[in-house]
Write a protein that binds this ligand. Structure first.
Ligand SMILES: [Zn+2]
Ligand SMILES: [Zn+2]
Length: 382
């Protein structure tokens, strides 16, 4: 379980995994004498060894830390060489976008407590991941397969930690309770404290031959493909819960949940505002003036929309129930069509003439008018 750069604490102290507190104390004293910097001046190897011995003793002489180390192979908040942010520490998990189309996943790790040395059933950690979907997928809903690396009970030993066929015996030091009483004489009298049994790591049982698959850890890391139902109407910030698809529970406890955080990518056509969608429609000046019918693309094909005569630039027309499906409740939002009126830029000579005539009809001054009036004047003069 320990990372490759980390030596096994039992190996460092040269004791077996079943060593008693006294065995550990004796081994520690012997080794510190041998590798103490004072006894080995200038010896870098001895100095490193001395540090290792102290680190190992720190953990193995503390029943709680030792129990945690026995169970997980590390002590503290994170395993050496990798945090929870990387469920397969050092495994280099990388979900290529091409593998999952418009999905990309990013595990930011399992929440929930690790450590401790309880023998009772404990719920597995929850797992969280992000899934990116297009707006069209959010509109229609979809079913997606995601790959989830997680801890499961070791199938080889059925989560017992013992090699099948080998014996699991009751710990003789604690009689199987996993706890021992420790008495100490204090100025206030004799105090009795109940502490986890160091001989069995607080588990009450001893394994003769650890499972070859999990090394006695009872758990293995597996990558599972899990079907995720994306309901229509999801939005950025929507969290889906897939019950029981997190990490396996311990000692018969239930599995954690898998939480999927949805991220909806932006769409080139639609702006989204909750369940409402906004889209732009470009029309020409005569269409705005005289009215027209335009085709508006929606996620369900095209819709005909009547643009009334005299529609102003920036007008918003509404197509009811053609927005996003509502995630909670029924029906859809509306589709808002923002009208933009294009002012012609590259008119033909005839187009310019017609515009100028329109301007004359409307009695408005335009740059082109001058030419026309000049020509009319010339005609009368001639
Ligand atoms: Zn196993
Ligand atoms: Zn015990």
């Amino acid at each position: 379980m320990a990372a490759p750069d980390k030596k096994d604490y039992y190996e460092v102290l040269g004791v077996s995994r079943e060593a008693t507190a006294n065995d550990i104390k004796r081994a520690y004293r012997k080794l510190t004498r041998k590798y103490h910097p004072d006894a080995n001046p200038g010896n870098a190897d001895a100095e490193r060894k001395f540090k290792e011995i102290n680190e190992a003793n720190d953990v193995l002489s503390d029943p709680q830390k030792r129990a945690q180390y026995d169970q997980f192979g590390f002590v503290g908040d994170a395993p050496p060489g990798g945090g929870y942010g990387d469920p397969f520490a050092g495994g280099g998990f990388n979900f290529g976008g091409d593998l999952f189309g418009d999905i990309f996943e990013n595990f930011f790790g399992g929440a929930g407590a690790r450590g401790g040395n309880s023998n009772g059933p404990r719920r597995g950690s929850d797992l969280e991941m992000t899934m990116r979907v297009t707006m069209e997928t959010a509109y229609r809903g979809a079913s997606r397969e995601v790959e989830v690396p997680r801890e499961e009970n070791c199938p080889h030993c059925d989560g017992s930690g013992a090699e099948p066929g080998s014996k699991i015996t009751t710990c003789s030091a604690c009689g199987g309770s996993g706890k021992v009483e420790r008495a100490a004489n204090t100025p206030f009298g004799r105090m009795v404290q109940v502490v986890p049994c160091t001989a069995c790591g607080g588990r009450g049982k001893k394994i003769e031959m650890p499972c070859k698959e999990c090394g006695g850890a009872k758990r293995v890391k597996r990558s599972r493909k899990i079907d995720v139902k994306i309901p229509s109407g999801v939005d950025t910030g929507t969290r889906l819960r897939i019950s029981g698809e997190g990490e396996a529970g311990r000692n018969g406890g239930p599995a954690g949940d898998l939480f999927i955080h949805i991220e909806v990518t932006s769409d080139s056509r639609f702006q989204r505002d909750g369940a409402d969608l906004h889209v732009r429609a470009d029309i020409e000046v005569p269409q705005a003036a005289l009215g027209t019918t335009v085709s508006i693309s929606t996620f369900d094909g095209t819709e005909k929309l009547d643009v009334p005569p005299g529609t102003q630039p920036g007008s918003v027309l509404r197509i009811k129930n053609r927005g996003m499906p509502k995630l909670r409740g029924s029906g859809n939002g509306d589709l808002h069509v923002h009208v933009r009126v294009n002012i012609p830029k590259n008119l033909s000579a005839r187009g310019k003439q017609l515009m100028a005539e329109l301007a004359a009809e409307m009695k408005v001054d335009v740059a082109e008018n001058k030419g026309i009036f000049d020509r009319i004047k010339d005609k009368f003069a001639g």
